[in-house]
Design a protein around this ligand. Structure first.
Ligand code: AMP
Length: 274
């Protein structure tokens, strides 16, 4: 596996790669969810590229940038074992040199749900992905359904700015009790870990109630009672699968989305209803 640490080296490496080139951007601390994206890229693409970069621009001032888990040596081993051909691992100065000033603002979709709770988050995400797409120039971008709003925001950016890349959204990988794999699960203590799967249970309860013909407010009420009373619900809603606009009924593909706090740890999850 080749490793590029500078933009110049990455450009050189990826320009010479056999096509199609698949790309899996990550912030490291890799788990089986990330590796499912790599596996899907390996199935479809002649070359698989990944990146590891903990992007400061997508963390708010009170968020966990400093304590975000970092394990570059194991991450490299995992990517190599999963069949990644080349990984881009820039440092902060490579991506945000002195004088960096241009950001990508994705509009209203970035101001609801995660965007409302984490102002500026999607500007940071869209900016780093725009930069990475310009460096790597992939044919297919692989994104996790786990971060559904992020995937939809990025699809909008790619369409709006005429990036020439296809996106594929890969289903969420879960623990056997339903908890979606996430680097942030490492922050949960034993008690919080025990109740964390109730977020997934809440989403399933909403989905089941809607599919049984109940109104959205009934369905969301049923979902809220499935969440552990020790957790704090931030939102639970049903949104259109393309626009992320809230919907009342399942007339078109939709996501049931939810976010909750378990102690100090925020978890998000969603279900896709085709
Ligand atoms: P992150 O390192 O958190 O930025 O995640 C990198 C990519 O992995 C994103 O596209 C995520 O949506 C995806 N991802 C994270 N967790 C999972 C999971 N449990 N299942 C599938 N994809 C995931």
């Amino acid at each position: 596996m080749q490793v590029a640490e500078t933009v110049a080296r990455a450009r050189e490496l990826f320009a010479a790669s056999p096509r199609p080139l698949g790309f899996v951007p990550t912030m490291g601390a890799l788990h089986a969810g990330h590796l499912a994206l790599v596996r899907r890229a390996r199935e479809r693409c002649a070359t698989v590229a990944a990146s590891i970069f903990v992007n400061p621009l997508q963390f708010g001032p009170s968020e966990d940038l400093a304590r975000y888990p970092r394990d570059p040596e194991h991450d490299r081993q995992k990517l190599e074992a999963a069949g990644v051909d080349a990984v881009f691992m820039p440092d902060g100065a490579a991506m945000y040199p002195d004088g960096f000033a241009t950001t990508v603002d994705v509009g209203a979709i970035a101001t609801v749900f995660e965007g409302a709770i984490r102002p500026g988050h999607f500007r940071g995400v869209a900016t780093i992905i725009a930069k990475l797409l310009n460096v790597v120039r992939p044919d297919v971008l692989f994104l996790g359904q786990k971060d559904a709003q992020q995937a939809i925001v990025l699809r909008h950016m790619i369409a709006d700015l005429n990036f020439s890349v296809e996106t594929e959204i890969v289903p969420t990988v879960r623990e056997s009790d339903g908890l979606a794999l996430s680097s942030r699960n490492a922050y949960l203590d034993a008690q919080e870990r025990a109740i964390a799967p109730t977020l997934h249970a809440a989403l399933e309860a909403v989905g089941a109630a809607l599919q049984a013909g109940r109104t959205k407010s009934d369905a969301v009420a049923a979902g809220s009672t499935a969440l552990s009373p020790s957790a704090t619900l931030e939102y639970l809603d049903v949104v259109d699968g393309t626009t992320f606009a809230p919907v009342e009924r399942l007339d078109a593909p939709a996501f049931v989305i939810g976010a909750a706090r378990f102690g100090k740890t925020r978890l998000i999850d969603n279900l896709w209803i085709p």
